[in-house]
Design a protein around this ligand. Sequence first.
Ligand code: SAH
Length: 492
Amino acid sequence: MFLTLTTTGTPERPATDLGYLLHKHPDKAQAFSTSYGTAHVVYPEADDQRCTAALLLEVDAVALVRRGKGKGRGGAPDAALAQYVNDRPYAASSLLAVALSSVFSSAMKGTCHARPELPAEPRPLRVEVPALPARGGAELVRRLFEPLGWAVAVEPVALDSEFPEWGDSRYVRLVLESQALTVAEALRHLYVLLPVLDDAKHYWVAPDEVDKLLRAGEGWLAEHPEQKLITSRYLSRRWSLTRQAMERLELVRLAEADDSEVEEIDNAVGAETEEEQRPTPLAVQRRDAIIEALQASGATRVLDLGCGQGQLVQALLKDPQFTQITGVDVSMRALTIASRRLKLDRMGERQASRVTLFQGSLAYTDKRLKGYDAAVLSEVIEHLDLPRLPALEYAVFGAARPRTVLVTTPNVEYNVRWESLPAGHVRHGDHRFEWTREEFRAWADAVAERHGYGVRFVPVGPDDPEVGPPTQMAVFEIDQAGPKNEKEAKAA
Ligand code: SAH
């Protein structure tokens, strides 16, 4: 498995800058061990005019088989592994994509500490992949790379060069050229599109693959004409994951296009996918349930704690009942995306005065959280380690003390109903725990008791007679007989 990346240069912008961009020195041959074998980076040529980096992955077929077996997950079939052992070692594929992302992770992110200005500069690039498995053939290769600004040359590889009458193999030789792209963009395109063309992932597609896809697809996938094919193949045609990814891409697109009606997402996604009568995405149902509860509570000043990328803040802005909406998150990256989505910099003054975003951790008491009518914790508690939960509880229910608190979290019992979730797995790589309905109730009842709140529970999504709804929501309201309870809470 093999690909090369070449750039040309001038004395002012020498081609050897590629070494900085890839974080790999041109004078050294380097080897990295990955889960599937050894990845080598070598520079067959490196001078001011022309510099080529080659990534070669030496696949360890035994490790591949062992890993496959070791997983022991339902549906990771050994029979299919035979195929991997046969052709994986020779062809560029999902293994090469994984190697790309582990060997060139900083380059993919576009960071370069030594020369911070370099990654953002487009430069002449040429990528060559001598043997690329391409289901869909040359035609699909073009449809995938051309919209991204690549000039594409693609030649089918004969099954056997001595017997041309046998016809072509499913491999192509691919050459991509561009003057307008950065190295980071090139690597992110390859990281996503090599496995898409291969269309046979060597590993179980877990729900966090959606995050990986969206991260690598940032800046190009939301607008790609083949977005649906890319998403569905990348996620091994797991429908619920594909839908989740499409929904999030749609949000990105809508956020960029301004007319971001949440309801439109569902229609837009629905219109472009084959399956009929799909229910509203769970994330949308959750937002609707939250907004309904907030409206009913009469709250006007609302905190969105762990606001993530600002979807709820954006939806709340549409209702004039909410005069002050504050999003808080520990992740600067999430807040940056939220502020981009909300177009805070271009908002009119009146609208802008209703929104605040700030960085903070719910694991600490924070004066800035005081003085609100309601706080929402939507899919947040499960991101904290269990031992940190009492700190969050005190920060929200003890110190900030809004009249209403809404907490949503996954109902783990429902996980058996997700077709794409291997048994015993949580829904998101970062979930530290997922609770049954009983566990959530026990926690919420105790919290309410300790801080003088009453609590009721609202199912979100289809309420399955056996396993309950996919999302559970607790609605806490301060007990009117509060002062007594509060004293007790303080005493406790
Ligand atoms: N509320 C959003 C996002 C949920 S994802 C929604 O419903 O879609 C969980 C969010 O909680 C992430 O954005 C994460 O950065 C944030 N988070 C995790 N731990 C946190 C903490 N200790 N303090 C504040 N935010 C936290």
